[in-house]
Design a protein around this ligand. Structure first.
Ligand code: ADE
Length: 297
């Protein structure tokens, strides 16, 4: 899968997109990532990407032209992208393999000079042959949840567009396939939201996590029926009087599976009862829930 971002702060992505599971996924070629600097599609000396609001009001808005021109180019034919000014592609380099000396640069440097990029390899796989789903980040977007993450993880290419200031000129949204919000609060920009989405997607990509089954068994996943994940424990079996539930120490897999399902239902009822209405519950799950409510009342 390929994820691209369009931002006036592409360097924000360096560390996050080079560390741990995401870094390894990029090293392994499971995930390609490119950060594009929106300022490269400006035409004035100051590389301006914002302007005042028509009609007055506080704050600045992201201008429409740089976003349109960037999208024209990034979504256009491969030849167009290849002929872009070299400085237009601020590629966050894939992380240095872990065997490299600790002093090796692990994150993206300051924007790469055009001279260096001229000899840099073209972004892996021709974007034009690989149409992108264009996602804008805004508090007014569709609320991100695991279901949406799963849908987007199935896309071959995402282009994530990050705003700043008071948001975008409304006309840019005509270029969106989807607008996403990561919650009902206001961030200083879309970059952190894009990183949240990229992180949540990356761990679903086949091969990204060591244990291939682990993303299937966690909170919110479809295979868990939309419940929170059951409680988990590791050694020691007792710590400061806090004991691991006996059933987990016994090695009876059927009993453990039953206990985990029951605990997932109870935990969801206690902490996120709103999830129960859309959860996929069997008749015996409903009995567990009923018993829990009776015991609770
Ligand atoms: N930009 C600013 N706030 C945001 C939010 N909550 N989600 C997505 N993008 C944003």
């Amino acid at each position: 899968m390929r994820i691209e971002v369009l931002s006036i702060f592409p360097q924000m992505f360096s560390e996050v997109m080079s560390t741990s599971i995401i870094g390894r996924a990029r090293e392994a070629g499971i995930l390609e990532f490119v950060a594009h600097d929106l300022r490269n599609w400006t035409h004035d000396l100051h590389r301006t990407t914002d302007d005042e609001c028509y009609g007055g009001g506080a704050g600045q808005l992201m201008k429409v032209e740089p976003v349109f021109e960037a999208l024209d180019e990034l979504l256009g034919c491969a030849a167009d992208v290849g002929s872009a000014p070299a400085s237009a592609l601020v590629s966050v380099p894939a992380p240095t393999p872990t065997s490299a000396p600790a002093s090796a640069p692990a994150s993206a440097p300051a924007p790469t000079p055009a001279s260096a990029l001229a000899s840099a390899p073209a972004p892996a796989s021709a974007p034009a042959a690989n149409p992108a789903k264009v996602v804008f980040f805004t508090p007014a977007g569709q609320r991100l949840d695991q279901r949406l993450v799963e849908q987007l993880a199935a896309e071959p290419r995402l282009l994530l567009v990050c705003g700043r200031y008071e948001g975008f000129d409304e006309r840019v949204y005509s270029r969106a396939d989807l607008c996403v919000s990561i919650g009902d609060y206001i961030l200083t920009g879309g970059e952190l939201a894009a990183m949240v989405l990229a992180d949540a997607i990356c761990r679903l990509l086949p091969g990204a996590l060591g244990d291939a089954t682990s993303p299937l068994e966690e909170s919110f996943s479809a295979s868990q029926g939309g419940l929170l994940e059951y409680p988990q424990y590791t050694r020691p079996a007792e710590y400061r009087g806090l004991a691991v539930p006996e059933v987990l120490l016994g090695g009876n897999h059927r009993l453990i599976a039953e206990w985990r399902r029951e605990q997932a239902i109870i935990k969801t009822a206690q902490l996120r009862p709103d999830l129960l209405s859309s959860a996929d519950l069997s008749a015996s799950d409903r009995e567990v829930l009923q018993r829990h409510w009776e015991a609770d009342s």
